[in-house]
Design a protein around this ligand. Structure first.
Ligand code: WTA
Length: 647
């Protein structure tokens, strides 16, 4: 743990929206008087019908429920677009940078974006899409992804974005789970100079998801793709005749806004559902305070819209706040490792928000790739998605930010909607590696294994004591799973799945997942999903997947595989299984290590002892703990003797 404390720079303390005293006062008020605090915060949004009720929430089984601003009505897209037209219609809303620096950028003003969104919303309406209908978006990082999201929210359709790196199988499952009738995609995606066959993937997915009636296809590369008559529409043709006006639909605060599938410790990915009012207030408020954001500042969140960070901090937060948001199609190291910082210079980016995995990868390439760029426009840096190790933090701070820019290390989850534990740049003295302090309205607690609340400096399970407006409301189609997953481990509390330490100064240090979820390059994955992909292979009898430390990815994927009796495990099978998982889930789930094992360590009741598998994967084999409860202790000796050379 790093002991260094970096004070808030004087000019930040003086000019920020919130200083340290202000933070403490606001945080206290947000917990003492949530009704008053949130009624006040909700004024930042234009309401079509003002709310009279604020917080109606309970985490207890008897009266469980989460409602915020319940009788109000609003429209998110109107808050992102229409209300800015008068003052900033000609301001650039989206600054798009393509994969290759040789292609021109695009600058889309609020006025243009408004017209594009209305046209696309009218196209969706002409295909019978209305309030409450699900629309699956499978697009690369292009402005049309924002157009599609905003068009859905304009007419009350529920968008479900599927990361464009997911396989046809994964896409099909997500289309079917929410019974989506519309898919929006592109001919191909472009990332790091490589083409991704998005339309072909959609076609393959729709073989398993026949309910889809409309596929809108954006031309990105101009590749020749199959178009099915009556079902598939070219984006440009589809909007050509549509009006550039579309009345925003009044949405109840608790009407569904979007679904985003995310991995849990068991079963298939779950459709996290966010609703309109609370999410909108939370996205706008957290974006403003975390980034000390003033309208018009050039702001870049390098996440993909396929993840929650892309939803809240590439699109909705910045547009709600009248921002200029950079959308980057490419990757950090293409065509070379200066790419991020060249884009910063090109656009004069003031605020940059990225993932530790990218920073670690760039750090390895050497400082010269950073040093040859100016970066003088940068004022603030952010980190998200996984714990940032102090070494990467220090590099980010010294080399990228030249000790001038505070770093906000924001802890949150798909479920929490926006930054939940985070420094504020003008308020929080920084400790490298610590997500620091709770956001307004958030009361984190640390519990021991028996559910006792720990006080003072302590380490335990991170729970949140009471509801906040940006909280997810349910798992799509399975409200019971929502309650079971998050509110039964510790009765009366929201369980995050993360472990956490609080130091004597009240700083929170996230230690990582304590359930069977792993975080690979900031992408969250359930070990159960990868296991079920592996056992779906005809030669595999059993599989167990655990995380292992990885210098760049944070965690890597370590899979133990038992083959069927007649199969001889060899390197060819190893390669085949890697390929198999990539097609079943997607390249992000590629196993780093596959260890073949004649048997897995199990208790006498047949439960796999993952604790032991984790230790072996971590190469922490000196202390395997108590193995006496194993049905066959010799299994462990075999595993230890046969760790693959690649591990
Ligand atoms: C991890 C991403 C440490 C954590 C926004 C959480 C972090 C999971 C941080 C959620 C951080 C996210 N420090 N860990 N700053 N941010 N995490 O749903 O384990 O993709 O539970 O949301 O990422 O991942 P998700």
């Amino acid at each position: 743990m790093s002991q260094t404390v970096y004070p808030v720079p004087a000019e930040w303390a003086a000019n920020a929206l919130v200083d340290e005293a202000g933070y403490r006062e606001m945080h206290r008020r947000s917990l003492d008087d949530p009704e008053g605090f949130w009624a006040e915060q909700a004024k930042r949004i234009d309401w079509i019908t003002p709310f009279t009720r604020v917080k109606e929430t309970s985490f207890d089984e008897a009266d469980f429920g989460i409602r915020w601003f319940g009788d109000g009505a609003l429209n998110l897209s109107a808050n992102c677009l229409d209300r800015h037209l008068e003052a900033r219609g000609d301001q650039v809303a989206i600054l798009w940078e393509p994969d290759s620096p040789d292609e021109p950028e695009r600058r889309i003003t609020y006025r243009q974006l408004h017209a594009d969104v209305c046209r696309f919303a009218n196209l969706l309406k002409s295909r019978g899409v209305g309030k409450g209908d699900r629309v699956t978006i499978y697009l690369p990082m292009v402005p049309e992804a924002a157009v599609a999201m905003l068009a859905c929210s304009r007419i009350g359709a529920i968008h479900s974005i599927v990361f464009a790196g997911f396989s046809p199988e994964a896409l099909a499952g997500r289309i079917q789970d929410c019974d989506s009738r519309v898919v929006i995609t592109a001919d191909e995606g472009l990332r790091g100079g490589r083409k991704v066959p998005l339309k072909a993937n959609v076609d393959a997915a729709l073989n398993h998801a026949p309910g889809v009636e409309t596929v809108v296809v954006l031309k990105r590369t101009g590749a020749d793709v199959a178009m099915r008559d009556g079902r598939d529409i070219d984006w440009a043709d589809g909007i050509a005749e549509q009006s550039a006006e579309c009345e925003p639909t009044a949405m109840g605060a608790e009407d569904p806004l979007f679904i985003l599938y995310t991995s849990g410790s068991t079963g298939k990915p779950k459709g996290v559902l966010h609703t309109t009012g609370g999410y909108t207030v939370w996205a706008a408020m957290t974006h403003e305070y975390v980034f000390d954001y003033r309208p018009g500042q050039i702001y870049w969140c390098a996440a993909d819209v396929g993840w929650v960070t892309g939803h809240t901090y590439v699109i909705y937060g910045p547009l709600l706040n009248g921002g200029t948001t950079v959308m980057f199609e490419g990757v950090p190291n293409f065509p070379d490792p200066s790419r991020f910082w060249q884009v910063v210079d090109k656009f004069g980016v003031e605020i940059f928000y990225g993932a530790p995995t990218a920073l670690r990868a760039l750090m390895r390439e050497g400082d010269e790739w950073v040093a040859k760029t100016s970066r003088k426009s940068l004022r603030l840096l952010g980190s998200v998605g996984e714990p940032i190790n102090p070494e990467a933090w220090e590099w980010y701070y010294r080399v990228v930010g030249e000790e001038r820019c505070p770093i906000v290390d924001t802890w949150w989850q798909t479920e929490t909607g926006g930054a939940t534990i985070t420094p504020l740049p003008g308020a929080t003295p920084m400790k490298p590696g610590s997500a620091s302090w709770p956001m307004f309205g958030v009361k984190p607690l640390l519990l021991d294994a028996d559910g006792n609340v720990l006080e003072g400096a302590a380490e335990g399970s991170l729970v949140i004591a009471d509801s906040w407006p940006g909280q997810m409301r349910t798992v799509w189609g399975d409200h019971d799973r929502f309650f079971q997953t998050y509110f039964t481990t510790y009765k009366g509390y929201y369980f995050t799945g993360d472990g956490c330490r609080r130091d004597a100064d009240g700083y929170y240090w996230i230690t990582g997942r304590i359930d069977d979820v792993i975080n690979v390059s900031g992408h969250r994955m359930g070990t159960a999903e990868i296991e079920s992909a592996l056992v779906a292979h005809s030669k595999v009898a059993e599989a167990a997947v655990v995380g292992m430390p990885h210098p760049v990815k944070g965690q890597g994927i370590y899979a133990y595989v038992t083959t069927n009796a007649e199969v001889e495990p060899d390197d060819a099978l190893r390669a085949e299984l890697v390929k198999w998982v990539r097609t079943e889930i997607g390249p992000i789930a590629t196993p780093d290590v596959i260890q073949f094992a004649p048997a897995l360590p199990k208790t006498r009741s047949g439960k796999i002892m993952r604790r032991i598998l984790r230790k072996i994967a971590e190469n922490d084999t000196g202390n395997l703990g108590d193995t006496s409860t194993l049905a066959d202790p010799s299994v462990v000796d075999h595993l230890l003797a046969n760790r693959p050379a690649t591990a």
